[in-house]
Design a protein around this ligand. Sequence first.
Ligand code: ZN
Ligand code: MN
Length: 258
Amino acid sequence: MMSNASNIADLTWVEYRHRLAEDDAIVMIPVGALEQHGPHLPLSVDTLLTTEITNRAAARIGALVAPPVAYGCRSQPRSSGGNHFPGTTSLEAGTMTALIRDLINGLARHGVRQIAVINGHLENDAFLSEGIERAMVELHRDGLSDVKVLKMSYFETISPETIDTIWPDGFPGLALEHAAVMETSMMLHVAPGLVHMDRLPDEAPADIPPYDVYPPETGWVPPSGGMSPAHSATAQIGKTLIDEFVTLVAESVGGEFR
Ligand code: ZN
Ligand code: MN
């Protein structure tokens, strides 16, 4: 019996070849990070949430999903707390660029013509673009000029209605949402057994200037690693956000490729 699984790692190569032969095959690649998310969330948050959103979106549009990239680019203090927290295990920009270039090249050379890179870690974004552009240059050079890649960071677009509902006192911005209400709520919806609300500290939000310094200033970041308090996180908020992001990803990828 042929497998209907959408995760390509679960298919035999014969099944995979068969699926690629179907019209309009799409392969989606979730990209996350292994990174501290405060004392209450696991290191896998960016990978776990991105993979879940990608899987749900893929199911809606009949796309295939590649195994996630579970490591991300160097965490910056202003947006994710920085690299000084044990467990935040980052890739250099060049490593990520080469990795995503290789994945695009490999998929395309076996016949994939529509690839969607779905990102869940802020610092990855520019280096994913760079890796995709390098793959496109190499594919064009080799005569494969009909490959199209979509890249999106799923968290970048939240509707004004959802922002007003979840943050009635004003949205603090994506950087301060690291390990805060947004990610904690989504984790409560998707993987509540991995969330430890009883370990949340009473801390003020991070107070960060509008620039970076090198070497990094670890004192800008609250000691727990969370950028702002997550006490008001709920599974219901998480469901609202996950549903919205799944729809956004499915409509973006489906709209571009279908
Ligand atoms: Zn995160
Ligand atoms: Mn991150």
